[in-house]
Design a protein around this ligand. Structure first.
Ligand code: ASP
Length: 336
């Protein structure tokens, strides 16, 4: 049985896109849609997770993911603990499992975990009590499933039908957990064509089984694309020199207005952040009219609310009833 699902096939942990059905992914997108209006309420909260305790456990740097998880938990009315790993007993040699067991003894209901080791979220999920949920906020180069889902949400809001789309993911595919999760999600949602555009040194070995078209030339790869997803060079995961220089990388793979002309005229440009301006893209594109990068950040809150509420309730129906949709907005909002 899948570690991520309960015996009824409902979400229990959210660890990777791999192993989840198309229906479940669509359910996450639809549930997020019902939460998207919560920030427009006078009280930006719904009482869905009132009385629950969520612990943010980030062993790696994060800006957007950590803060949007915190905000999402607060908008669901949960109590949130943010553990500062640099100031925790991890630096005194406490193991991951011991840290977890201690926090579990404080009756935490959910851990949102980011860790530099691939597989860490699965490892933790195997060791927690049956009522505790684990949400993967990025494990090594393996997976970043909530990032992929907020990206799918952003694409769906702009483009509607995945079957008719050509999506290009550009940059460091080899080390990117974001790319891996995006490719899984795009394929599971039936995307017309998924391309990766990358230098040969940044293409993973098993790329034949990924279900993508591979391009090494940016100009050819961008032709006819509807969605362009730029990635950051994951320097922290590179051992040895994999590229001649950042300037050379920008010359070949950096997105500029001029290169963007090869894509469809209504193509959108995305990036999970943080952006390195002048390395993977220039500022004109990052801040230009085709960029939906800041929308991705806002959508991250709705997606994280969806995933947390679904995992906690082990069902989506309940989440939708409480979720600030047209029926419950106002009444629930003022109650919260
Ligand atoms: N923020 C994303 C991640 O944590 C992308 C990146 O860091 O480049 O994987």
């Amino acid at each position: 049985m899948s570690l991520q699902l309960d015996e009824k096939g409902k979400l229990r942990h959210f660890l990777s896109i791999d192993g989840l059905s198309r229906e479940l992914l669509i359910d996450i997108l639809d549930t997020a849609e019902s939460f998207a209006t919560v920030p427009e309420q006078s009280v930006k909260k719904v009482p869905l997770l009132r009385g629950k305790t969520i612990v943010n456990l980030f062993f790696e740097a994060s800006t957007r993911t950590r803060t949007t998880f915190e905000l999402a938990a607060k908008r669901l009315s949960a109590d949130v603990l943010n553990i500062n790993i640099g100031a925790s007993s991890t630096v005194k040699g406490e193991t991951l499992l011991d840290t977890l067991r201690n926090l579990q003894a404080m009756h935490a209901d959910m851990f949102v975990v980011r860790h530099q080791e691939s597989g860490s979220a699965h490892f933790i999920a195997r060791h927690v009590k049956p009522y505790v949920s684990i949400i993967n906020a990025g494990d090594g180069r393996h997976a970043h499933p909530t990032q992929a889902m907020l990206d799918m949400f952003t694409i769906r809001r702009h483009k509607k039908e995945f079957g008719k789309l050509c999506v290009a993911i550009i940059g460091d595919i080899l080390h990117s957990r974001v790319a891996r999760s995006q490719i899984n999600a795009l394929n599971m949602l039936g995307t017309g064509e998924v391309r990766v555009i990358t230098p040969k040194t940044l293409l993973p070995n098993g790329h034949h089984s990924l279900g993508v078209q591979v391009h090494h030339d940016l100009k050819t790869g961008l032709k006819g694309t509807d969605v362009i997803i730029m990635l950051r060079l994951q320097n922290e995961r590179m051992s040895g020199a994999m590229l001649p220089s950042e300037a050379e990388y920008f010359r070949l793979y950096g997105l500029t207005e001029e290169k963007l002309c090869g894509a469809k005229s209504d193509a959108i440009v995305m990036h999970p952040g943080p952006i390195n301006r002048g390395v993977e893209m220039d500022s004109q594109v990052a801040d230009g009219p085709r960029s939906v990068i800041l929308q991705q950040v806002s959508h991250g809150i709705a997606i994280r609310m969806a995933v947390m509420s679904m995992a906690m309730h082990q069902g989506t129906g309940e989440a939708k009833d409480w979720g600030g949709g047209p029926l419950s907005r106002g009444k629930r909002g003022s109650e919260a």
